[in-house]
Design a protein around this ligand. Structure first.
Ligand code: ADP
Ligand code: MG
Ligand code: MG
Length: 876
């Protein structure tokens, strides 16, 4: 019968077999096959690990048999024998899953040693000190890793003996000293386990393999898997490899190196090594390692060879490599290679330089940078030197990235006033609400004590590209006393703090910040991304400032300009409120007349910032009560200002209250009830366009967007209002101005009837925030509370408000695109929800054929790269 193969010699595998052999095993095989000096060995597959669990945590006889068969092959290849006292084969046992996973089992080195083989090793190498150094290391690792005896107990013994013999480093210990260490270690083992240290190498080997399998399910590994979406049924592979020894004296050593600098990207080998050391001594910091360059003087030939192979590996994998090596008596061995982790700066430089060197194409370069990583480069950052010295006082959620430093103020009002006086401000609130918007605009950053990643503060701050740390439960705010405390630290109004929205850290002091720029390698890389991508990238922006910022970051237009944000300004809200509480159309028109010039000025500013680029402006969308005061005191004050009675205003406020405002009187429904609002906004949009066109000559084509449409008839009604006003003005002014009228697709019914909607709409913009909310039936403002349970219970893997739900909401988007095109072949399609800047969602938008995505200014570069990657993966 054909037996399933559970064990592969390194010479039988390759880099493509990652799923079966794990990352480490697949790369060891690949290196072996391209003829690099890799100590021989074999890999027990991830499937053997899965079997181990299926069989009730035992290694099946067939698997054990295959392990020993391959051990024999290894003996032949190495010319040594496992357990042979005259010429012993020693091995390492190393874990290695598909994805690199810290938290898995530690490696065991020198397996196969016992009281007899250690003597054989001594004779063979004529180096007793080395033999016993290897033996004591083995006992310690095996006891710790396989038998779970506290490794500190061993460290204590080693320290004691070092002290007794005046040895500063482990390398100062003599053979005799090390023999004493081994003796004490074995006593300790006996005491802890009630039995002798296992001397049979075959028992040692199987126990070690089992320990690797077990480590797949240790708590550290489980936590890591959860955090990184690694399925629990993958299992880990085990690598068994002939030992080479870096601890054989002054011509031996071990080290780790990168083919390029992982923090700057500089094309220069970067790494460290230690002479007369083994395994992880370098990272463990038992002695100070040497920089790799010094190897050139110590062992020139070895260094040359190392550089030569490093280059081979980088060419072969077409990526920066992170390597482990060992030198045994002047002979170099490679023990591991993998694509190295790197900072965003390094990733960009490496990608650009590899293209310039002819190693990769521009398309391949796109895939070497993680779009989300760019985020690190787009916000103000702390000066690294000052940050090192700073002390963290509290930690909250990293709600909106960037670094901010300023004086603490506790109300939006105060924040605004202080800003006007030229101070830099951090707004500290228990939580924020729409009334705090102006304070948030004025602040460098926002810190809240309550609320999650989708709280008001978090969402609004991300939209503004403003640094925010939310839900920082460590701080206790006393708004009246104007101070907050963390433990016994007291921070008062006017004191400096610094917050890091990328890490959630809060510092009780001033830290210098530096501004971002897209230049140098970053600039070149983004130009390439633009030349590759097909999907356009626009921005969501409501102010000339945001629009200008977005253009700097490469935005090609505005996909969503929310007009309501313009209504919250202090000098406008009275007119807005007047309009809302108006009893008659006439009164309402009077209030709207006051708003018209301001609104027109807004659009002029935005058109000027965007020049010839397209601008989509959405008509008023939120429920009206959001503009009214809710507290009695504020109502009284407003009534006085407006010259009406408190009772009358209170009644209006109450009448506007809705049980479910998000499903209430908002969106195009407002324009159906009060067409004069849409009229005023249209007038502002068109008159502003004519003004800028006449003055500056830009070819402006305003795109007027009607929100929250569910039925083509309501769209038609509002559209007719818009068209009448727009055409009248154009005729009156006698200019040639094109404009478009389209709609948001954010109600499932609109997606379902997109063919009908397209009869009236010249463009669709998918409002995936509301579309997600209404497709799932989850309130976006409340979902944070229970979605956590969905992740914990593995019902959901991610937040559908951040990452587009492709199989449900995405299906509606895809369908609406197809239906829309059936009716109107050249219909323009875009997305303007939060998803427009999220890489997997951008890829989806590319695949379903949207013309553009639109996202907040700070995510524009991320979307540009994600769009280029989508085109490389799936050209259209
Ligand atoms: P990790 O995944 O934690 O890096 P590794 O399996 O790579 O663990 O091994 C840890 C250390 O042991 C590394 O420094 C590696 O180079 C060294 N090592 C592993 N196998 C051998 C071997 N056969 N000979 C010499 N050193 C080895
Ligand atoms: Mg390790
Ligand atoms: Mg390693």
């Amino acid at each position: 019968m054909n037996q399933k193969k559970y064990v592969y010699l390194f010479s039988e595998g390759n880099a493509g077999m990652r799923n079966l052999l794990g990352g480490k095993g697949a790369n060891l095989a690949e290196m072996t096959n391209i003829g690099l000096p890799v100590p021989p060995g074999f890999t027990v597959t991830t499937e053997a690990c899965t079997r181990y669990y299926e069989d009730g945590q035992v290694i099946g006889d067939d698997i054990a048999e295959q392990i020993f068969e391959h051990l024999e092959k290894l003996e032949k290849i190495s010319g040594k024998k496992f357990g042979d006292p005259t010429n012993p084969l020693l091995v390492s046992v190393r874990s290695g899953a598909r994805a690199s996973m810290p938290g898995m089992m530690d490696t065991i080195l020198n397996l196969g040693l016992n009281d007899e083989t250690v003597e054989g090793l001594t004779k063979l190498t004529n180096n007793e000190r080395f033999a016993y150094d290897s033996y004591r290391r083995f006992i310690q690792m095996f006891s710790d890793v396989v038998m779970q005896i506290d490794k500190n107990l061993f460290e204590n013994i080693l320290d004691e003996i070092k002290e007794q013999n005046n040895a500063k480093y482990d390398t100062d210990l003599t053979a005799e000293n090390l023999k004493e260490v081994v003796k004490r270690y074995k006593e300790l083992y006996r005491k802890e386990k009630g039995e002798e240290f296992p001397s049979d190498p075959k028992v040692q080997l199987l126990e070690a393999v089992k320990a690797v399998f077990r480590s797949w399910n240790n708590p550290r590994a489980i936590v890591y898997r959860k955090l990184n979406d690694i399925p629990s049924d993958w299992g880990t592979a085990v690598n068994v490899q002939m030992m080479v020894f870096g601890n054989m004296g002054e011509t031996s050593g071990t080290g780790v190196a990168f083919t390029r600098n992982p923090s700057t990207g500089e094309n220069k080998i970067f790494g460290e090594y230690l002479i007369n050391a083994q395994g992880e001594d370098v990272v463990a910091g038992i002695r100070t390692p040497q920089s790799i360059e010094t190897l050139k003087e110590v062992m020139p030939e070895c260094y040359e060879e190392f550089v030569r192979i490093a280059h081979i590996l980088e060419k072969h994998y077409k990526d920066m490599q992170d390597m482990e090596f060992t030198i045994e008596q002047g002979k170099l061995y490679f023990l591991q290679t993998r694509n190295g982790k790197r900072t965003a700066q390094a990733a960009l430089r490496i990608a650009v330089e590899m293209v310039e060197e002819g190693l990769i194409t521009k398309e391949e370069a796109m895939l070497k940078v993680e779009p989300k990583q760019l985020d690190q480069l787009l916000h103000p950052m702390f000066d690294q030197e000052e940050l090192k010295k700073a002390k963290e006082i509290a930690k909250g959620l990293p709600a909106s990235p960037g670094a901010a430093c300023g004086k603490v103020y506790f109300t939006a009002e105060e924040a605004k006033q202080r800003r006007q006086l030229g101070e830099r401000v951090i707004l500290v609130r228990t939580e924020t609400s729409p009334e705090d918007i102006e304070g948030m605009v004025a602040a460098e950053g926002i810190l809240t004590a309550r609320g999650g990643m989708t709280s008001h503060a978090a969402v609004v701050a991300r939209g503004m590209g403003k640094c925010c740390v939310a839900g920082c439960g460590d701080i206790k705010i006393n708004e009246e006393g104007k101070y907050f405390t963390v433990g016994d630290i007291v921070i008062r109004e006017g004191d400096y703090i610094s917050i890091d929205g990328s890490t959630g850290k809060v510092y009780g002091q001033k830290i210098k910040t530096v501004e971002p720029e897209i230049t140098g390698y970053f600039g070149t890389f983004m130009e390439w991304a633009d030349s590759i991508r097909k999907l356009k990238v626009r921005t969501n922006a409501d102010t000339p400032r945001d629009a200008a910022q977005a253009v700097k970051f490469g935005a090609e237009g505005i996909g969503l300009c929310r007009t309501e944000h313009m209504f919250f300004d202090e000098d406008r809200i009275p007119a807005v409120r007047e309009m809302i509480v108006a009893k008659t159309e006439e009164q309402r028109r009077k209030a709207l007349d006051k708003l018209l010039p301001m609104q027109k000025q807004d659009f002029i500013g935005i058109y000027e910032a965007m020049q010839d680029r397209p601008v989509t402006i959405r008509l008023l969308d939120p429920p009206l009560h959001e503009f009214l005061p809710q507290e009695d005191e504020d109502i009284r004050e407003l009534a006085e200002n407006m010259g009406i009675s408190y009772e009358e205003l209170k009644a209006t406020v109450d009448s506007l209250k809705e049980f479910n405002p998000m499903l209430g009187h908002r969106g195009c429904r407002l324009a159906v009830t009060y067409p004069e609002i849409a009229e005023m906004q249209t007038r502002a949009i068109i008159e502003a366009a004519i003004d800028v066109k006449k003055r500056l000559g830009y070819n402006i084509v305003p795109e007027i967007m009607i929100p929250l449409v569910g039925d083509v008839k309501e769209l038609k009604y509002v559209k007719d209002v818009i068209v009448k006003v727009a055409n009248d003005i154009i005729k009156r002014e006698n200019v040639n101005l094109q404009y478009k009228v389209g709609t948001m697709i954010e109600i499932p019914r609109a997606a379902l009837t997109a063919d009908e909607i397209a009869k009236e709409a010249e463009f669709f913009s998918f409002g995936t925030n509301d579309l997600t909310q209404m497709t799932f039936g989850f309130s976006r403002d409340d979902a944070g509370k229970f979605l956590k349970d969905y992740y914990d219970k593995k019902i959901f893997e991610y937040d559908p408000f951040q990452k587009l739900d492709q199989s449900g909401v995405g299906k509606l988007v895809k369908m609406a695109c197809e239906l829309g095109k059936q009716t109107r072949q050249d219909i323009k399609l875009g997305i303007c929800g939060e998803h427009g800047g999220e890489p997997t969602s951008v890829e989806f938008c590319h695949n379903v054929g949207l013309d553009y995505v639109s996202c907040s200014p700070f995510r524009v570069p991320i979307a540009r790269l994600a769009a280029a990657q989508a085109q490389v993966k799936n050209p259209r």
